[in-house]
Design a protein around this ligand. Structure first.
Ligand code: FES
Ligand SMILES: [Fe+2]
Length: 339
């Protein structure tokens, strides 16, 4: 279904949540391998300090704040019973955040009912630990065409970046195809061909989709001047899968999941998949993407205001080249997550 982007995502699946905020979505806070049984890990999401730890194979995420005196639990350690221990006075909390032991009280003494910290819903997928701070209203992003499960596709976790920029600005940059000829001249576009033709944005149950066909500028992974099919799968609010398809059937998907550590910073988890050249080292693909991402970071970190203005009267939009950005801003505004 192709729709007028003015009406995009008016009908948010509420799933029982009246006014969802960004807390009602899944965001990755760490790589699974970082969350060990040995020591807790500090993390941050939407300005909230969190601690992640693993007990009996299961990842737990709690507020990184001991209710006794506000100490960071991430400074503590874990027990074989699956608790996290505050380093200050040794209170022990289980994975649900309930205090199980207060060493300064005699054996058998009642543990106060208020002795607990908030724990959050956790899911592990794609090698990442995902958290929803409140009841989730959607699922975790999925790869287009099920690349994740396809044995003919090689997929690897490429890199993690920390940007001094809002998640929404970062995602909008990743979706913006009209900057390719300019900022990525010779790599993703050419300054000899700067015009962006009109393209359609289509609503989906996860967000929206759009695609665009142009000629390969640099011939880095496909012959110069061959046709390239760019496809964008935007999972609201902060995940994008960008597929580059060539006329000979090669498909490369660069997937970005942005996690809003604060309103003005974000962590980017990047994956790259390809259905060709599987024997080669992944490094050249990582290196290529890294050059692109660094050019983007330089620009995006300069943007002001840092939060993405979702009111369309702010900043100046072009009908045509900015269709995806307009759809994104309207979608975020319609979700109400920035209000
Ligand atoms: S501050 Fe955590 S046990 Fe006292
Ligand atoms: Fe870019």
């Amino acid at each position: 279904m192709t729709i007028d982007t003015h009406t995009l995502v008016k009908s948010k699946p509420a799933l029982g949540v009246e006014s969802p905020t960004l807390e009602n979505y899944w965001h990755p806070v760490a790589e699974s391998a970082e969350v060990t049984e040995d020591r807790p890990l500090a993390a941050e999401l939407l300005g909230k300090r969190l601690v992640a730890y693993r007990a009996n194979g299961e990842a737990h995420v709690l507020d990184d704040l001991c209710v006794h005196r506000g100490t960071a639990l991430s400074l503590g350690w874990t027990t074989p019973e699956g608790c996290i221990v505050c380093p200050y006075h040794g209170w022990e909390y289980d994975g649900g955040g309930h205090c199980q032991k207060i060493p300064s009280l005699p054996p058998g003494a009642r543990i106060p009912s208020g002795a607990k910290v908030r724990s959050y819903q956790v899911a592990e997928r794609y090698g990442l630990v995902w958290v929803s701070l409140s009841e989730p209203v959607t699922g975790i992003t999925e790869w287009p065409s099920a690349e994740w499960e396809d044995p003919n596709v090689k997929i690897f976790y490429s890199h993690r970046y920390s940007w001094q920029a809002s998640a929404a600005r970062t995602v909008e940059n990743f979706m913006d195809l009209s900057h390719f000829p300019f900022l990525h001249d010779g790599m993703l576009g050419s300054r000899d061909r700067t015009i962006t033709n009109a393209y359609e944005v289509t609503q989906t149950d996860y967000g929206f989709y759009y695609d665009y066909i142009e000629l390969e500028p640099g011939g880095v992974h496909s012959p110069a001047d061959s046709e390239v099919h760019w496809e964008y799968f935007l999972w609201l609010p902060f995940s994008v899968h960008l597929r580059k398809g060539t006329s000979d059937g090669q498909s490369t998907v660069v997937s970005l999941v942005s996690s809003p550590t604060t309103d003005e910073t974000n962590e980017l988890f990047l994956f790259i998949s390809r259905n060709y050249d599987q024997e080669s080292d992944d490094q050249s693909y990582l290196d290529f993407t890294h050059v692109i991402m660094e050019a983007d970071r330089h620009v995006v970190e300069s943007q002001r205001p840092v939060p993405l203005p979702v009111e369309l009267t702010e900043e100046l939009h072009l009908r045509g080249p900015d269709a995806a950005a307009l759809a994104y801003r309207r979608s975020l505004a319609a979700l109400g997550v920035f209000s």
